[in-house]
Write a protein that binds this ligand. Structure first.
Ligand code: BTN
Length: 238
């Protein structure tokens, strides 16, 4: 495993994509400050200042695991949730990979695939965790968000948190690639915040509403609308 630390960068995901050829499998890129972080649905990922986590895993799994590439974000959301439990919190997961504390988002995860021509080059799996923020800075974000220091009433040690996350991620990574979503399914469902509720899902430029019925063995969301059930593999619950 290689570890790259940057003081300031536009986005750890963009940097990892740009330099992907130079980086081996399981390289970690993390930055103290991110000037142009990005998230899902073309949203920006606001930099809440030093002491927060901006990290990208560079992964180059073999093509035989292609089926589980898209589940890696869910795997990371589970690993993060387990760590938050160690801090005494009760995290919830919003499909596919948002991690919430008391209904407020504490972390965001974004996976991007790098393809050149027809060749799969790798994945950059980025995570931002709000570890140390003032309540005022969170007001800049137009959705309910929180930070670990505010939940625990104490400053969080960034290095310690980052090491915990990276070590836990790689501890079961190979087994996860072999097994796929079923490896984390029980934990994921136990911590799901959305099941049996009426939800609206944004899928590219479309929105679909219905009752969130279940999660399949592949991590897809089963949405029921007018007695019809559909399986969603991409999207964001609004
Ligand atoms: C989301 O919830 O929309 C996903 C946010 C992902 C943010 C992280 S921070 C580190 C990495 N670099 C980025 O530009 N984005 C991800």
């Amino acid at each position: 495993m290689y570890n790259i630390h940057l003081e300031e960068i536009d986005s750890t995901n963009s940097y990892a994509k740009l330099n992907l050829d130079k980086f081996g499998d399981r390289t970690i890129v993390h930055a103290s400050r991110q000037t142009s972080g990005h998230g899902r649905l073309q949203r920006a990922w606001v930099d809440l200042g030093e002491g927060n986590l901006f990290l990208t895993f560079v992964l180059k799994p073999s093509a035989s695991f292609a089926k589980v590439y898209s589940n890696l974000t869910q795997y990371l959301s589970v690993k993060l949730s387990m760590i938050l439990e160690e801090y005494g919190l009760e995290p919830q997961i919003k499909w596919p990979n948002d991690v919430l504390i008391n209904g407020k988002k504490i972390a965001g995860i974004l996976s991007e695939t790098v393809i050149q021509g027809n060749e799969f080059k790798g994945l950059v799996l980025g995570i931002g965790v709000n570890l140390n923020s003032s309540a005022g800075a969170l007001e800049c974000i137009d959705r309910p968000v929180t930070a670990l220091n505010l939940e625990l009433n104490s400053t969080i040690k960034l290095d310690e948190f980052r090491n915990k996350l990276v070590n836990n991620f790689f501890k079961d990574y190979d087994e996860f690639l072999e097994t796929g979503f079923e490896f984390i399914k029980e934990y994921y469902i136990k911590h799901a915040s959305f099941l049996d509720r009426e939800i609206c899902v944004q899928i590219l430029n479309e929105k679909k509403s219905g009752i969130a019925k279940s999660i399949t063995n592949d991590g897809a969301l089963v949405l029921k609308n007018n007695d019809k059930e559909i399986e969603l593999t991409i999207g964001d619950i609004l």
